[in-house]
Design a protein around this ligand. Structure first.
Ligand code: MN
Length: 234
C-alpha cells in the first residue's frame, strides 16, 4: 500500500484558448534576454549562454486575479514576458526544428520579482529563489496553441506592458538576444525538457515597482491579454 500520507497537492494548470487546461510541470525563466533591459539593470549584454532560473509550478496565477502584495518585500516589480508551453520531451537538442517541435503554444506572462531581495542576492552571489520563486509570482494569460497562433505571427509582434493603462514596456519580440528555439536548445542541454514545462523568455526594458491597487496588463501580438491587479499587503 502506497497511499499518500497527506493530501496530494493539486496539479497546477493554465487555461488554453478554445478550451482545456495545460498542466504545469516546471517553470523555467530566462534572465538578461533583451539588451536594453540588461543595461537598465546595470549589467553588460553578452553572448554567453542564457541565464536560467526557476519558479515552482504552483506559482502560476490566471488572468483576472487579484494578487496580494507579497510578504518580505518593499520593491515588487513587474516583468512582462512571452511564455512558451511545451508538449514534447527533449534533451541536448541541436537544431531549431527539433526545438520548435516541442512547443504546444504561447502566452503573455509576468515574472513578478522581489527586486530588493534580488539585489541583495546579487551582491552576495546568492541564489535568486526568494527573489523570483515566491508564491503567486507567475501570472500567465490563456495559452494559445501554435495551430491557432503560429510562430510567424510573432515576427513583427511587440510586447507591451501597461500599469494602470500607462505603457511602461514596449519592445519588439525580435529584440530577444536568445530567440525561443535557441532558448529551448540551451535549456535542453541542462535539463531533459518534458511536456508541461513552461519557459518565461525574459523581459525588455521598462521594468518598475508595483503598489497595492495597481492594474497590470501584458499584451503580446495576437495572444490573449494577461491582466491582473495587486491587492493589499499580505
Ligand atoms: Mn524575468
Amino acid at each position: 500500500m502506497n497511499a499518500f500520507v497527506i493530501d496530494a497537492p493539486a496539479q497546477a494548470s493554465v487555461a488554453v484558448l478554445g478550451g482545456g487546461r495545460f498542466p504545469v510541470r516546471r517553470i523555467f525563466c530566462v534572465g538578461k534576454n533583451y539588451a536594453e533591459h540588461v543595461k537598465e539593470m546595470g549589467g553588460e549584454a553578452r553572448s554567453d549562454p542564457p541565464v536560467f532560473f526557476t519558479k515552482p509550478a504552483d506559482a502560476v496565477v490566471e488572468s483576472g486575479a487579484v494578487i496580494a502584495y507579497p510578504q518580505a518585500t518593499e520593491n515588487l516589480h513587474y516583468e512582462g514576458e512571452l511564455a512558451v508551453a511545451l508538449k514534447g520531451a527533449g534533451r541536448n537538442l541541436k537544431d531549431r526544428a527539433a526545438a520548435g517541435a516541442l512547443i504546444f503554444g504561447n502566452a503573455a506572462a509576468c515574472d513578478l520579482t522581489r527586486r530588493d531581495l534580488q539585489s541583495t542576492a546579487k551582491k552576495a552571489g546568492a541564489p535568486w529563489d526568494a527573489a523570483k520563486g515566491f508564491d503567486r509570482s507567475a501570472p500567465i494569460g490563456p495559452i494559445a496553441r501554435i495551430e491557432d497562433v503560429p510562430p510567424e505571427a510573432f515576427d513583427d509582434a511587440r510586447l507591451v506592458t501597461r500599469i494602470n493603462d500607462e505603457v511602461r514596456q514596449d519592445a519588439a519580440l525580435s529584440d530577444m538576444i536568445w530567440p525561443v528555439p535557441e532558448i529551448i536548445m540551451a535549456l535542453s542541454g541542462l535539463f531533459e525538457l518534458r511536456p508541461g514545462d513552461l519557459i518565461f523568455t525574459g523581459t525588455p526594458a521598462g521594468v518598475g515597482a508595483l503598489s497595492p491597487g495597481d492594474d497590470v496588463r501584458v499584451d503580446i501580438g495576437p495572444l490573449p491579454s494577461l491582466a491582473f491587479s495587486i491587492g493589499e499587503r499580505q
